[in-house]
Write a protein that binds this ligand. Structure first.
Ligand code: OVM
Length: 403
């Protein structure tokens, strides 16, 4: 679809489809052209505006009154189209409604609950690392990244054992659904019904084991912080955003380090740097590449006016490699750099609420591997996994060299 509008005449435009196979497979050349074309770029393929530079992406993320989330974080404008599922009370909401549920969720994923999880998450991380280093040649996706989060996170939520195989397909679906009506989105939605039904069932109070995040959300409803109607929807948020994101985060981190032997050597020498390696890997290859906002007024961004009621695509992955922010070596992976401040977890009121859980999982599993392997080498070609929002891999064969 081509949308022509006289007001776009003085805005640079790019013909690329950010949701096409080429860009999804390797977005970085497109990101560079996007940033260099100007602060605001029109993408006629989808009739949307795009921001690719760090300064403008962060400005939009922190101005939630102009760049709203309540009209959807995908390309579909909820003011004009029916969403594929009832909107998220977190991701697809604005203050003040958002503030209420976000405050309750901050209490559920709290420093206190994280301290309790550290011990429960540590043993499986060490066991998996022992096993994989003994094995030697492994797939960083199917043997590690898709194994560890699925071993610890569903227990932390309080899910039953049965049906957990629905979690990855549901996350894949939700992240594909942010994109346009392309083959990725249509295929994901075609088989969605049973997966969706299973997820909604697990959000009910009686299906959530004591001690988990799920029970804590329902307890917040009992305390009056949120309503009992909101509780299952917030459990749904955990099940939507809490699995694929961490799977991609772990896989992308191991991929990044396996392609930079010197960086792994540094980490092996100082496994306590795992936290910093994770931030740098998220900067270098961000699992969540893009989110949309919708403008509520004509807004000037770095001298260019974006009209009101317009979908704006924020390129988090591009902002994270913007040389204007990170220097001329922005494309270089360097676990010694100050990567904190990247926008892989977003910024502003919507900044990832599950971030402490993602950080705990990765710190534990990466530390365990760094202690046991003195090197990690490519053992075959990685296979990209295409998704309208997520950047990652279906397979990353690597060889772990025991210390
Ligand atoms: C949600 C949610 C939050 C963040 C990301 C996301 C699918 C979903 O609240 O459901 O991606």
């Amino acid at each position: 679809m081509t949308v022509e509008s006289p007001s776009t005449a003085d805005v640079p435009s790019l013909d690329d489809d950010p949701f096409g196979t080429e860009v999804l497979t390797d977005p970085y050349d497109f990101h560079r052209r996007l940033r260099d074309a100007g602060p605001v770029v029109f993408l006629p393929r989808h009739g949307i505006y795009a921001l690719g530079r760090f300064a403008d992406v962060t400005a939009a993320l922190t101005d939630w009154e102009t760049f709203v989330s309540s009209r959807g974080a995908g390309i579909s404008d909820f003011a004009k189209e029916e969403p594929w599922r009832p909107p998220s009370l977190l991701l697809e909401a604005d203050p003040p409604d958002h503030t209420v549920v976000r405050t309750a969720m901050n209490g559920v994923i709290s420093p206190r609950s994280m301290r309790a999880l550290r011990e429960r998450f540590a043993a499986p991380a060490n066991e998996i690392a022992d096993r994989l280093v003994a094995q030697g040649t492994v797939d960083a996706v199917t043997d590690l990244a898709e194994v560890y989060p699925l071993q610890v996170f569903p227990d932390a939520v309080g899910l039953p054992e049965a049906g957990r195989e629905n979690l990855l397909p549901y996350g894949g679906l939700a992240f594909n659904a942010f994109g346009p009506d392309n083959e990725l989105r249509r295929k994901a939605l075609a088989t969605a019904a049973p997966v969706q039904a299973w997820v909604m069932e697990q959000c009910q109070r009686e299906n959530l084991a004591p001690g988990g995040f799920g029970e804590q959300i329902w307890a917040a409803a009992d305390r009056g912080e949120i309503t009992h109607e909101q509780a299952p929807m917030l459990v749904r948020s955990l099940l939507t955003a809490g699995v694929d994101t961490t799977v991609y985060g772990i896989a992308n981190t191991v991929y990044a380090l396996s392609r930079h032997p010197g960086q792994w050597a540094q980490l092996h020498g100082q496994p306590a740097r795992a936290k910093f390696a994770f931030d740098e890997a998220l900067r270098w290859e961000s699992p969540v590449q893009t989110f949309f906002r919708t403008t509520t007024r004509d807004v000037e961004v770095a001298g260019t006016t974006i009209p009101r009621d317009t979908k704006v695509l924020l390129f988090l992955g591009s902002a994270n490699r913007d040389p204007r922010q990170w220097g001329e070596d922005a494309d270089v992976l360097d676990i010694g750099r100050r990567a904190a401040g990247h926008v892989a977890f977003g910024m502003g009121v919507h900044q990832c609420v599950g971030q402490p859980v993602a950080r705990l999982e990765t710190e534990l599993v990466l530390t365990a591997l760094a202690q046991r392997a003195r090197a990690i080498e490519p053992a075959g070609d990685p296979v990209p996994k295409l998704n309208n929002t997520l950047k990652g891999w279906a397979s990353v064969p690597v060889r772990l060299v025991p210390a």
